[in-house]
Structure formats: structure tokens, C-alpha cells
Design a protein around this ligand. Structure first.
Ligand SMILES: Cc1cc2nc3c(=O)[nH]c(=O)nc-3n(C[C@H](O)[C@H](O)[C@H](O)COP(=O)(O)OP(=O)(O)OC[C@H]3O[C@@H](n4cnc5c(N)ncnc54)[C@H](O)[C@@H]3O)c2cc1C
Length: 308
């Protein structure tokens, strides 16, 4: 089985994975691999915002998951959409841009995550955005992700807003700015009439970085865990399985190699199941044989997963 090593292996070129790979590979000395199960995102149904029903329902662009029979819904089975394509779910989603409520961030900070209060997170929101309404203390103006206010040109929109006001609700001029509460016109990840996925915003112009390797149509079967740390991954690509190791390379710098798992699905005997998000396992490089973790998870539809 071929074995390759990188400083960082990012699994899943989805909404988060594209950003992580782009930011990591800004450092030329780091070798970054981005692994995606799906294929290219070059498709008009992804690019055109109005084609969202086609993107959303496409079998080629999604994983095709369904819930099990839902007892509270008379056993109806519900679609569980997730993108299986470069850009991940940002390539098929509804594009709406709403920040979380600042009080939620304060709540997380008060429960032991001091760096997650809104004041800490605001610079990252601003850094990400290129807002059509322009930059101010709350909004970003030159980030990689284009955000625009939906045109809402029909006069009924105005009627809706005024009706809300008459019912006693305020209008907020920018719900992603100073004040979230209030009626507003939606904002979306759309720029120049094009869906702005994170693949488009963060990776389009940097794909050719020599230190960034991108594998599409490459399915991670397993994350191999040794002594509690993710040590390597098994990736199936072009009919072969490779074992990839995030490994310390270079003697002069600190060892900070990581496997970043931003994917959700791991294959198990014929079908993939279970939602698992494991972020940033620090790795130690070693040549000892790896034990493959055997933890099993049961999905709502009864399948199991043994990858993590
Ligand atoms: C129908 C729908 C509409 C939505 N609308 C909105 C909206 O309007 N606004 C909003 O903010 N949010 C919306 N969301 C939510 C938002 O899109 C997701 O929360 C977000 O995209 C999740 O990002 P992620 O990086 O965690 O996962 P994803 O973007 O799903 O990325 C995961 C990536 O990992 C890949 N992957 C998975 N398993 C493997 C594997 N084993 N090997 C290799 N690669 C793998 C997948 O193919 C995928 O590309 C919507 C979601 C859905 C389903």
C-alpha cells in the first residue's frame, strides 16, 4: 500500500475544509493535502443561484442520505442533504448569510470558551466578508467571500416590512451588523450573480500553490487512531487505497502536524453512515504499526460505521 506524508491532511473540501486548506497553505513551507470524496464543482447548476433546486436535488452532487422512519412524522423518511462535491454543502445550500446571535457567542464564552465571545469572533467574520454594502466596524469589505443583499425589488417586500412594523417589530438595516434583531432583507453568498462557495472564494485563485495538493474523487475510508490520536487515513482514489500520514518533516521547526477532519461520512461495508466531525487531532510521527480504531456508531437508519 503506498504511503505518503504531508504536514496537514484536511479531509473534506467542504465549506470549512476549503477555508482551512487555503489558510494553511498560505505558509509556503507547509505541505497541505485536501481530500474530497466528490468531484469538480464546475457546473452551471452550482454557479447559478436560481438553479438551487437542481443543485440541491442532484444525485451527482449529494450523498443521498435519508433519515430513518421518523416516529413523530408518521414514519416519514426525511432527506438529509449534504454536498458531495468540491465546496461541499456550500455548493448546494441556500446561500443565506446569517451570523449567529452575539448572545450565543457570549454564552459559549461564559461556559468556558473565553475565545469564543463575540468580540473575539467579530474580526474573523469581517476578515471573511466582502459585503456589497461596504465595510464598517461590523462588516468586512475585502474578504474572500462575497455577500450581497438580496435585490427584493418587488413592492411586496416593502409591504411585508411595513406590515411587520405595524405589528410592533423593528426593522434593522443590517442584521449581520450592529443589531441582529429586526425585520430585514436577506443577505446571501452571491457576488456578480454567482453562488459564492468557499471553494470559489478561498481556493479558486490559489489552487496552483506548489505546497497545496488537492485530491478529488478520493474517499477517506478510515481514520486510523493510535493511542487516542488520529495517526493516518486510508484513502481510496482511482481504484487504489493509500495510507496517508500527517508527519513531522524538517528539523528546524516545531512539530505541529495535524490531521483535520471536516468530513462527515466514512464508508462501512457498502454504505457510508453516521455524522462525525473530529477537529484537529495532533499527531506524532512514528513508524510503529497502527491500530485501527474499532469504535462503532449506529446511524438513525440502522447502519454502522467503524472508521473512527
Ligand atoms: C439544503 C441545505 C441548505 C442550507 N442552507 C444554508 C444557508 O442558506 N445558509 C447557511 O449558512 N447554511 C445553510 N446550510 C448549512 C450549511 O450549508 C452547512 O452547515 C455547511 O455547509 C457545513 O459545512 P461543513 O464544512 O461542516 O460540511 P460540508 O460543507 O458538507 O463539507 C464536508 C465535505 O466533506 C466531504 N466528505 C465527507 N465524507 C468524506 C470522506 N469520507 N472522504 C472524503 N471527503 C468526505 C463531503 O463530500 C463534503 O465536501 C444548508 C444546508 C443544507 C443541507
Amino acid at each position: 500500500m503506498p504511503k505518503k506524508s504531508f504536514d496537514f491532511i484536511v479531509i473534506g473540501a467542504g465549506t470549512a475544509g476549503c477555508i482551512v486548506a487555503a489558510r494553511l497553505s498560505e505558509t509556503p513551507s507547509l505541505r497541505v493535502l485536501l481530500v474530497e470524496a466528490g468531484g469538480s464543482d464546475r457546473s452551471p447548476i452550482i454557479r447559478m443561484p436560481a438553479a438551487i433546486p437542481y443543485a440541491y436535488q442532484s444525485r451527482r452532487l449529494g450523498w443521498g442520505y435519508e433519515s430513518g422512519p421518523e416516529p413523530q412524522l408518521f414514519d416519514r423518511v426525511i432527506d438529509e442533504k449534504r454536498g458531495r462535491v468540491f465546496g461541499g454543502t456550500s455548493s448546494i445550500n441556500a446561500m443565506i448569510y446569517n451570523r449567529g446571535n452575539p448572545l450565543d457567542f457570549e454564552g459559549w464564552a461564559s461556559r468556558g470558551l473565553p475565545d469564543w465571545d463575540f468580540a473575539h469572533c467579530l474580526p474573523y467574520f469581517r476578515r471573511m466578508e466582502n459585503f456589497s454594502g461596504g465595510a464598517d466596524d461590523w462588516r468586512g469589505g475585502d474578504g474572500p467571500m462575497r455577500v450581497s443583499r438580496c435585490p427584493a425589488a418587488h413592492r411586496l417586500y416593502d409591504c411585508f416590512l411595513r406590515a411587520g412594523q405595524q405589528a410592533g417589530f423593528d426593522i434593522t438595516p443590517d442584521h449581520n451588523g450592529y443589531r441582529q434583531e429586526g425585520l430585514h432583507i436577506a443577505q446571501a453568498f452571491i457576488g456578480d450573480g454567482v453562488r459564492w462557495t468557499t471553494a470559489h472564494g478561498y481556493l479558486r485563485n490559489v489552487k496552483s500553490r506548489p505546497n497545496l495538493t488537492i485530491w478529488r474523487n478520493a474517499l477517506v475510508h478510515r481514520v486510523v487512531i493510535r493511542r487516542g490520536s488520529a495517526e493516518s487515513v486510508l484513502v481510496a482514489r482511482a481504484g487504489k487505497v493509500a495510507r496517508l500520514v500527517a508527519k513531522c518533516v524538517g528539523l528546524a521547526r516545531a512539530c505541529h502536524q495535524e490531521l483535520v477532519v471536516l468530513a462527515q461520512f466514512f464508508q462501512h461495508v457498502g454504505r457510508a453512515d453516521v455524522v462525525l466531525i473530529v477537529v484537529a487531532h495532533a499527531l506524532a510521527s512514528t513508524s510503529e504499526p497502527a491500530a485501527i480504531a474499532k469504535s462503532r456508531h449506529t446511524s438513525p437508519s440502522g447502519g454502522t460505521n467503524s472508521g473512527i
